[in-house]
Each structure stands twice: as structure tokens, then as C-alpha cells.
Design a protein around this ligand. Sequence first.
Ligand SMILES: NC(=O)c1ccc[n+]([C@@H]2O[C@H](COP(=O)([O-])OP(=O)(O)OC[C@H]3O[C@@H](n4cnc5c(N)ncnc54)[C@H](OP(=O)(O)O)[C@@H]3O)[C@@H](O)[C@H]2O)c1
Length: 306
Amino acid sequence: MRTITLGNSGLPVPVIAVGCMRINRLDKPAAAAFVKNAVDLGAIFFDHADVYGDGLCEAIFAEAIAMNSSIRQKILLQSKCGIRPGIAFDFSKKHILEAVEGSLKRLKTDYLDVLLLHRPDALVEPEEVAEAFSALHSAGKVRNFGVSNQNPTQIRLLKKYVPQPLVANQLQLSITNANMITQGFHVNMADDGAVNRDGSILDFCRLHDITIQPWSPFQYGFFEGVFLGSDKFPKLNAKIHEIAVQYHVSDTTIAMAWLLRHPAKMQPVTGTMNVEHLRDCVKAADINLTREEWYAIYLAAGNILP
Ligand SMILES: NC(=O)c1ccc[n+]([C@@H]2O[C@H](COP(=O)([O-])OP(=O)(O)OC[C@H]3O[C@@H](n4cnc5c(N)ncnc54)[C@H](OP(=O)(O)O)[C@@H]3O)[C@@H](O)[C@H]2O)c1
């Protein structure tokens, strides 16, 4: 699969990442078949979090891929920490270190290629994050660091103390959840689109070489459903299908190609556990939508230009 460089890490990564949040829906044979097919497709970058399935997703993945040192060399593993069910969020040094130990154990590996802080912690002490990251980096347990769901000021606060580059920011983004794009059209206007909800995170990440990893690339709302095939989005589905027919690909491929067409060089994180859907997502890596097609899809979703 086509690769991009993750942030300024120098690490080449497949342009599509495989999210494993839903892998606990599969039985053992299906999980093994899914990860094998993903690797065969070149989809070797797997996104995890300690909280997915309460840890089960990481363990199921390790078993499904029959983790050993030779397989480990062929794949890239990202996990996240900082959410503590029953409490809320925890970016303390103690928690970060313990969470990573847990992920390494469940994933049956000695190191993570990337560790992300999952959701902002209001009680963050960036000095502690820095200590945790440096300890994990110098022990060889984590090679690269990033964040998720963070705005520019939160990232700046971390960067004041954290010596390692922050290479990724995982953020919700789909054609139907495109606020970070929409606000760029409505600068200084009195309409709803002008509300800057994220501090211009899209441009900030581009300016600072932070790769945006769009999560839930096919969902509308907050996990409310998939917009493809939904009768809530008739115009969008018609436009996507019209373009898909022209390219001789599926609607899934075109929806993914829309994210990849953005020049920010994003790395969308899929959530499908269906090999055909994943294959269609991977095909998007070879499609470069025209400017006209990109805008037509954006507008068909009901997004309004000034
Ligand atoms: N950082 C964060 O805060 C955060 C939050 C949420 C998720 N994530 C990460 O992002 C990943 C993706 O999230 P997500 O699962 O919500 O994303 P998604 O790819 O938008 O949604 C996946 C779901 O859509 C379904 N789907 C239906 N039709 C589909 C089609 N044509 N193509 C693809 N999928 C289709 C899939 O079912 P099938 O399996 O049947 O295809 C699956 O249940 C997660 O696995 C996780 O790694 C991160």
C-alpha cells in the first residue's frame, strides 16, 4: 500500500491504518482470517487502545496474528492510553507507565511503534507526561509519541515539556463529521459554520508536521451509524455512487478516497472487521479524486459554503 511519513518521525506508514476497536466482535478463526488478510493487503499498521474491549481487543489481536518476533518485524503497532473507566482520564506518569506495560503484555511485544494519549486529561501535568515518555523511549518500549482528540493549545502545552516529537493526532473526521474543514470556509462570518470548535487543529497539524489520523471515517454523529447506504444522506450516497461508477470501484473506496484527497496527508483509521470492506478502503490509496469531485462530495453531505 502507498505510504506516508508519520509526522516528522521518518517512519513510513501505510496510508490506511487498521483500527482494532471492534475486533472483539469476531470469533477466533474470523479474527485470524481478518488480520492475515489485512497483512496480505499491506495494511500492516494496527491501531489499538488499552480500553478497547477492556483490554480484550489487544489480546485477541495478538492471538489472531500469532504474535512472534518475526511477525512483529512485519507490522506496526500503535496503542493509546489515558482513559480510565470508572474515573475518567489519567495522564499521570504512573498511569501511563502501567498502561503501556499492560498493552505490551497483551499485545505480546516488547515495544510499541506509536503511543497516543487517548483523550485530554483536565488534570494533565505535562512534566509528568514528559517523564513517562522519556522513560518509555529510553527503555525502548515506545518509539514514537502522539495524541488524540487534542487541540493546538493542549498540544503546545505538552510540547513545552515533552522532548520527543508528537507525530500524530487522532481526530474524528468523516465527510459527515467535517467540522475541522468546514470552519475554514466560514472565517469571521456570523453563521454556525464559523464556530471554531477545535482551534484550527487541521492547519496546526499541517504546520507542525503532525499526521492527522481520522477516526470513524464512515460514521455520522458520535457512532450513530454509517452514512454509506443511510437514507439520512440520499444526496451524498447518490454523488458517491455516481463517482464510484466512473472509477469502477465501490462507494466505500470513494468515501475513503475523499479523506485521502486532502493535502494534509492524513492516515485514516478504519474500523471495519469485514475483509471486503477493508480491501475497498485500501483501494482508495490509489485513487486521487479531482478538486471538482472532492467539493461535490463535500456539498452533497449537506455542508454549506459561505
Ligand atoms: N481516538 C479515538 O478517540 C477513537 C475513537 C473511536 C475510534 N477510534 C479508532 O478508529 C477506528 C475506527 O473507528 P470506527 O470503527 O468507528 O470507524 P468506521 O470505519 O467509521 O466504522 C466501522 C463500522 O462501520 C461498519 N461499516 C458498514 N459499512 C461499511 C463499509 N462499507 N465500509 C466500512 N465500514 C463499514 C463496519 O462494519 P463491518 O465490520 O461489517 O464492515 C464497522 O462496524 C477504531 O477501530 C479505533 O481504532 C479512535
